[in-house]
Design a protein around this ligand. Structure first.
Ligand code: FAD
Ligand code: GLY
Length: 374
């Protein structure tokens, strides 16, 4: 393994791998160092929804970023298929955000009005129209917002395809190796130290998901990030029960290939514990059965949990460290790291290129960053 690179990326989840992919396309010599195996952790746990409208919905700086990323998927899917021979299972059959009360109807209708105004495709479906579109949905559903452009992919396959495509383009990956320290020289980054080795580069990007803070905290600032655990399970059905993903305030049901359904997800803040607990599964099952009663006959497959990286103001941190030249951070994608991976890779590659990029995700924003003693 070489010792000198142009860019070292800490973390081989979907974000680190997407950045590596974009940098390799621009001929940078890239090393990704991953504490465990590639494409695991949150990136493997995700349901894979590309919910630009569903998850962000109302006016937020994230919305245009997310719309841009969502639009990148069709071409990306082809490129990844070509480079890695992996089909990321992009399905563009929309998400229906269902209402289960009068308040939710009013809220979703207001979101529909806003989205129409900004030119997004969105359709309010009455209870009858929802039933016509998805006949397995129960009477608990009182209409829904259909967002045909919000698709989905297989999150584990996307993460793997990005890593393998980056490798095909020349990125080196070092698995089962933790970055323990960042090497600095006069407030300039010069590399990383693992337990046994040092690797050198004039740019280092920390894309360690919910664990990014551990490394960044040693550099004189503290990012306001925290972990949010999400639990999910999957079942197998004989027939295809739904065509679109169904999203409700109590959870979602995402149809995958071959009659498989992913049902998620809980939100448990401030824990790094990746175990699956019965209270979470119980809630998700009750809500799923309330929305699709025929699920009672579905065959159990498995359950899992992942840790989402959340930030104080809900926006990711994407940018250069305020005091250490060449040190960058790309984390805080919370519920939307799969959706935002393509545009994040592009943006970070532009920053490494030295392009003047303007966006609201700088790590310098206050009050979400604190100075700490090094
Ligand atoms: P991770 O995937 O956690 O990767 C970070 C990596 O960094 C890890 O592999 C870790 O081992 C490594 N690392 C950390 N520290 C070090 C170190 N010091 N040295 C070396 N390596 C290190 N998003 C969507 O867009 N759509 C969805 O439908 C969706 N559903 C979700 C459902 C669940 C249940 C969960 C939990 C998340 C979901 N998300 C979804 C969110 C998405 O999964 C995350 O935003 C995304 O995976 C974050 O990617 P990441 O690469 O930043 O983090
Ligand atoms: N975006 C779905 C989740 O984070 O659970």
């Amino acid at each position: 393994m070489k010792k000198h690179y142009d860019v070292i990326i800490v973390g081989g989840g979907v974000i680190g791998s997407s950045i590596a992919f974009h940098l390799s396309k621009r001929n940078y010599r890239v090393l990704v160092v991953e504490k465990g195996a590639l494409a695991q952790k949150a990136s493997r746990a995700a349901a894979g929804m590309l919910g630009a409208q569903n998850e962000i919905g109302e006016d937020s700086p994230l919305l245009s970023f997310a719309r841009k990323s969502r639009a990148m998927f069709p071409a990306l899917a082809e490129e990844l298929q070509f480079l890695s021979n992996i089909n990321i299972e992009l399905i563009q059959s929309g998400i229906i955000k269902v209402a289960q009360s009068e308040e939710e109807v009013a809220h979703l209708r207001a979101i529909a009005a806003f989205q129409e105004k900004i030119g997004e495709k969105v359709e309010w479906l009455t209870t009858k129209q929802v039933k016509e579109k998805e006949p397995e949905l129960s009477e608990a559903v009182q209409g829904g917002l259909y967002m045909p452009n919000d698709g989905q992919v297989s999150a584990p396959l996307l993460s793997k395809a990005l890593a393998q495509s980056a490798a095909a383009l020349g990125t080196d990956f070092l698995e089962y190796t933790e970055v323990q320290e960042l090497i600095q020289d006069n407030n300039r980054i010069s590399g990383v130290r693992t337990g046994t080795d040092s690797f050198f580069a004039s740019n280092v990007i920390v894309a360690g998901g919910a664990w990014s803070k551990d490394i960044i905290n040693k550099t004189g600032i503290s990012l306001e990030t925290y972990p949010v655990k999400g639990e999910c399970f999957s079942v197998q059905t004989h027939e295809r029960m739904i065509t679109s993903s169904i999203f409700s305030s109590g959870g979602y049901i995402v149809p995958k290939s071959g009659g498989r359904l992913i049902i998620g997800a809980t939100e448990k803040p401030h824990t790094f514990d990746e175990s699956v607990q019965l209270d979470g599964l119980y809630q998700l099952m009750a809500q799923a059965l309330n929305i699709i009663p025929a699920l009672k006959n579905a065959k159990w497959e498995k359950a899992w949990a992942g840790i989402r990286p959340q930030t104080g103001d809900g926006l990711p941190y994407l940018g250069e460290h305020p005091h250490v030249k060449g040190l960058f951070v790309a984390t805080g994608h919370y519920r939307n790291g799969i959706l935002l991976a393509p545009v994040t890779g592009l943006l970070m590659a532009d920053m490494i290129d030295g392009k003047a990029v303007h966006h609201p995700f700088s790590i310098n924003r206050t009050p979400y960053i604190k100075e700490v003693n090094r």
